[in-house]
Design a protein around this ligand. Structure first.
Ligand code: CAO
Length: 589
């Protein structure tokens, strides 16, 4: 095993650059071409990939350091395989050299070496020929040498038909697995059309656009335009050196012969009236995306749209930390929205309306109880597959019985309403139909069947809706239930209920009987299995088999969680309930 010091490669003309990111630490095992550090000049970044596999022995730079070509970056201890391969390769190079001492245009890995003039000719991005162009000559713009990458993906189209481009202005942004780069206009002129779209794969020599050259007098002030866009010249920008984009990569030769990743410049997507271009670049027109290959790779992995991320690096460069922050805050936002019921996950939000446009409005703040109710309702509505069944109970005899007890209740300083009777009837129906006294276990594998019967009662208060729970309903007599309901209703209206008094319910009764209505569909108070809605009783003609008789009928509705109980279960529960309400003597059976 041998150690090797990795040096800063050719920086494409930049004197000194900043080390802005260390991608590895001492002891890390790195693969060939794995990013070691990220360098940055005034407006471009570059990953330096490892020229060999091995283990990082020593870091010779830290973030914030200034380095230049040839500066030592780190020491790598080559793996045994690497060392053997390198020795074999060196031996074979010696043999090859002996056979072909000169004019060898290929590197040992078969990549063609391209000289500057050859690159210009091959790429078709002939800056020199553009300079000599006569006015208004149309010419295809081809993909320049992109540093050995087979095919790269077009990720952004930056210019639109009719744009007047200065030499070096970006037309496209392309991306490989590890790097992205702008493909610039090879000469100043008018962009006639872009012939590729986002998602296309393109390679060196492919046509990407057609441009019309301009006479010297028509040429925009390139320097001024460049300054406006990025602040100043890029030390890394191949276009500004009169070279095809990506040439810095193709010509950069590290000590090992491995090329650094393609230079990356900030990408400015400008607004355009051109509809096809607008759709290509998405809604975030004019957004600036300035991120290194490592951040871009992470963004892809996390599924983050970089245009939505604010960069905290120099000149707003998007760092990996920014992506982590973005994801963290997105998760928090969505959880918060779900908790307050503002919007459900994946549910399209209700459009915002400027109500004041239509008349006078007042902003009434939500109390905590409103927020909690909204969140609970939303959670239940979204999670529980609701079904509601309706029926009517004949309460003629029950009401007669209740009224007969009124005087007795008054003596007890109590108020006997219909509700304690309904509690008693529900307690019985739940005991007889235990599937209604279940909840779904969190593991999704079990029902939790409760051996107690605690029933919540929805109470309308000036602050909002609360649901105190009456415990062991099946074991309590009517007078005790009456007292407890009255006491809970008073506490609820005075805002004196404790949290414990609102917990542990198995089933809920929501009575709007004193208020009115023929029927309604109550929302299950999840994780309970069902809820009873009580509406206003009315005298109705009921056929008894021989004649119509006036009966006091109580409209009832039962909403249930169809994951816990099915329609037949509800039919049985409901029949049991209606029967016992109609004749309370059944409680004795
Ligand atoms: N049909 C016709 N009249 C009825 C009735 C019904 N189903 N239920 C009650 N009444 C009338 C009767 O006249 C009764 O007086 P008498 O006992 O003297 O006959 C009177 O209303 C009693 O009403 P109440 O509201 O004082 O007492 P209650 O026990 O019926 O109800 C409570 C108590 C706390 C449930 C109720 O006050 C309440 O807050 N209900 C609202 C619940 C609610 O908001 N549900 C909706 C939840 S989802 O938004």
């Amino acid at each position: 095993m041998t150690s090797e010091t990795i040096l800063v490669p050719d920086l494409g003309g930049a004197d000194t650059v900043d080390v802005i990111e260390l991608c590895v630490a001492v002891g890390d095992t790195v693969a060939l071409e794995q990013s070691l550090i990220v360098l940055e000049s005034d407006k471009a970044t570059m990953d330096v990939p490892s020229p060999q596999a091995g283990q990082v022995k020593k870091l010779l730079v830290k973030e914030g350091d200034k380095v230049s070509e040839g500066s030592p970056i780190l020491e790598i201890e080559k793996s045994a395989d690497e060392t053997d391969a390198a020795e074999e390769s060196a031996a074979s190079d010696k043999l090859d050299d002996a056979a072909q001492p000169e004019e060898n245009n290929e590197t040992s890995d078969g990549v063609e070496k391209v000289t500057e003039s050859e690159a210009v000719n091959k790429s078709g991005n002939q800056t020199e020929s553009a300079a000599a162009k006569s006015p208004a000559v149309e010419e295809d713009v081809l993909v320049p040498d992109i540093g050995g990458a087979d095919a790269v993906e077009v990720i952004e189209v930056m210019a639109a038909s009719g744009d007047q481009l200065a030499e070096g202005d970006g037309i496209l942004v392309v991306e490989t697995d590890k790097a992205s780069m702008e493909l610039p206009a090879p000469f100043a002129g008018e962009l006639i059309r872009v012939t590729v779209k986002v998602g296309d794969k393109i390679a060196t020599g492919d046509k990407i656009a057609r441009m019309k050259t301009m006479s010297d007098s028509d040429q925009p002030d390139t320097t001024a335009k460049r300054d406006e866009k990025t602040g100043e010249d890029s030390a890394f920008s191949p276009a500004e050196k009169g070279e095809p984009a990506g040439k810095a990569s193709s010509e950069t030769d590290m000590s090992s012969g491995t090329k650094p990743d393609v230079v990356e410049a900030p990408v400015t997507v400008e607004e355009s009236d051109e509809p096809d271009v607008a759709s290509k670049i998405g809604d975030a027109a004019s957004a600036e995306v300035y991120a290194g290959p490592a951040s871009r790779a992470l963004a892809r992995e996390l599924g983050v749209d970089l245009r939505k991320v604010s960069g905290s690096g120099p000149r707003n460069r998007i760092l990996k930390e920014d992506l982590h922050e973005y994801v963290k805050s997105a998760v928090a936002k969505s959880e918060n929205a779900a908790a307050t019921g503002a919007t459900g996950a994946g549910i399209p939000p209700i459009p915002t309306v400027d109500f004041a446009r239509f008349g006078e409005i007042e902003m009434v703040p939500l109390q905590k109880i409103h927020k909690l109710t909204a969140a609970n309702m939303q959670r239940s509505w979204l999670n529980v597959p609701h079904v509601t069944q309706f029926d009517e109970a004949d309460i003629t005899e029950l009401e007669a019985f209740r009224h007969s007890l009124k005087a007795e209740a008054e003596k007890k300083n109590s108020r006997l309403t219909l509700l304690p009777f309904l509690l008693k009837a529900c307690g019985h129906a739940l005991a007889v139909n235990p599937s209604f006294n279940r909840s779904l276990a969190r593991d999704g594998e079990h029902f939790v069947e409760k051996k107690y019967i605690h029933i919540g009662v929805a109470v309308d208060t000036p602050r909002g809706l609360v649901v105190p729970v009456i415990r062991d309903v099946d074991r309590k007599g009517l007078w005790q239930l009456t007292d407890e309901v009255n006491e809970m209703a008073v506490k609820a209206r005075e805002g004196k209920l404790s949290a414990a008094e609102m917990q542990g319910g198995c089933f809920t009764i929501s009575s709007l009987g004193a208020i009115g209505g023929n029927g309604f569909t109550p929302i299950v108070n999840a994780p309970e299995a069902a809820i009873l809605g009580v509406s206003k009783s009315q005298i109705k003609p009921v056929w008894d088999g021989a004649e119509f008789k006036p009966k006091l009928m109580l409209p009832l509705s039962v909403s249930y969680d169809h994951r816990i109980v099915n329609g037949a279960d509800c039919g049985r529960f409901f029949t049991c309930l209606v029967d016992v309400i109609a004749d309370m003597r059944r409680l004795l059976l």
